[in-house]
Design a protein around this ligand. Structure first.
Ligand SMILES: *Cc1c(COP(=O)(O)O)cnc(C)c1O
Length: 362
């Protein structure tokens, strides 16, 4: 390989014009003691799961392709949600699920609608698919009004509408009536991203219906404490799942991952217990934040959005990093000026964060 010494190399080929204009996904992976920036579980999965997985991996026929349909895994996930395997599509993280949905129902000449601020990957993945993205606005308190929904649908006839409940990065949950209204009125696909679904008091899965174009996505990355495994899925009517199966790459789910996902479901009670602990810890963190000089948004998730009132958010973020605490700096994101987002950690990590924040705000 020939390295060039030129300071500025002009690439000999350029990507698509729309890709040139993109910024990509940025979330700094800084080496710190307390990592509260990506909404992972602060606890590892159960030791029993790790042991079972090691045995299972030892028995894999590595010279063979994995089960292409991931049938056992789909069946088990379906059973968890009270549906058959034909309602389930699994991929490498829910981001790949979202990508497959966008490749199937989005693409060039089609339109996707998001309600900002929300998970940036919805717009990003839709754009990569070639779709035009309409970014509609939530109210100042980050809620979404039925009027805005109706107006956007009438105006843009979107092929895909994204909702995220609980919403990242605000932590707010969409009310059932609002999601039902979107599903009723949408001319195309409605995707409800429930990456934090187990933290929420209700799920859009209750609205699923063979005759409705509703897809509800979930991930193993957060509540299942398996971010490293890259596993996510969608529950949707069988006619939609069949289309996704056409679009996704063959054998996209490796055998280790299928085993990991399947075995994890045996530890559902442990997952529920972990979620319960995190919710209790979240309540403790929210009330502690309430005593500091910050504005705090209510959260139905495992993270909390807050805005320092008197000290610049970038300064607060850097002071936290200096104390080896990493939170997500949202202050330069559109509509989130001055905001930071902290993931719920272990009680010890959260105490460290709170101590560091108190100093950072002084
Ligand atoms: C974390 C997160 C995901 C997870 O993506 P994976 O690819 O499953 O890790 C999806 N949606 C939202 C809103 C998230 O916050």
């Amino acid at each position: 390989m020939q390295a060039r010494s030129d300071a500025v190399l002009v690439p000999p080929v350029l990507p698509r014009a729309d890709v040139q204009a993109m910024e990509g996904y940025h979330s700094p992976q800084v080496s710190v003691r307390v990592r509260l920036n990506t909404n992972e579980s602060p606890e590892a999965p159960p030791a029993g799961w790790q042991e079972l997985l090691a045995d299972e991996v030892a028995g894999i026929d590595f010279h063979r392709y994995p089960d292409r349909s991931a049938h056992e895994l789909r069946e088990a996930i379906g059973a968890l949600h009270g549906v058959g395997p034909e309602w389930v599509f699994v991929a490498n993280g829910s981001n790949e699920v979202l990508q497959t949905l966008c490749l199937t129902y989005g693409g060039h000449g089609r339109t996707a609608l998001t309600f900002e601020p929300t998970y940036a990957m919805h717009a990003q993945i839709a754009r990569v698919s070639g779709a035009t993205v309409i970014e509609a606005e939530r109210a100042d308190d980050f809620t979404l009004s039925p009027e805005v929904v109706d107006r956007c649908i009438d105006e843009h006839h979107p092929d895909i509408i994204f909702l995220c409940s609980p919403n990242n990065p605000t932590g707010l949950i969409e009310p059932p009536e609002l999601v039902a209204r979107v599903v009723e009125r949408a001319p195309g696909l409605v995707v409800v991203d429930e990456a934090y679904g187990q933290f929420a008091p209700w799920s859009a899965q209750s609205l699923l219906d063979e005759g409705k174009a509703l897809a509800v996505t979930r991930t193993y990355s957060k509540t299942w404490a398996m971010a490293a495994a890259r596993l996510g899925y969608v529950i949707a009517p069988p006619w939609m799942i069949a289309e996704l199966d056409k679009v996704v790459l063959p054998y996209h789910l490796d055998s280790m991952k299928q085993a990991a996902g399947l075995l994890a479901l045996r530890f559902e009670p442990e997952m529920r217990e972990r979620v319960r602990r995190l919710v209790a810890e979240r309540e403790r963190l929210v009330s502690a934040l309430g005593r500091l000089d910050v504005h705090v948004w209510p959260s139905s998730s495992n993270f909390v959005l807050f805005r320092p009132q008197s000290v610049d958010a970038d300064v607060v973020w850097q002071r936290l990093v200096d104390r080896s605490v990493l939170v997500r700096n949202c202050s330069s994101w559109p509509r989130l000026a001055g905001c930071l987002r902290v993931t719920i950690g272990t009680p010890a990590e959260d105490d460290e964060f709170l101590g560091a924040l108190q100093e950072a705000l002084a």
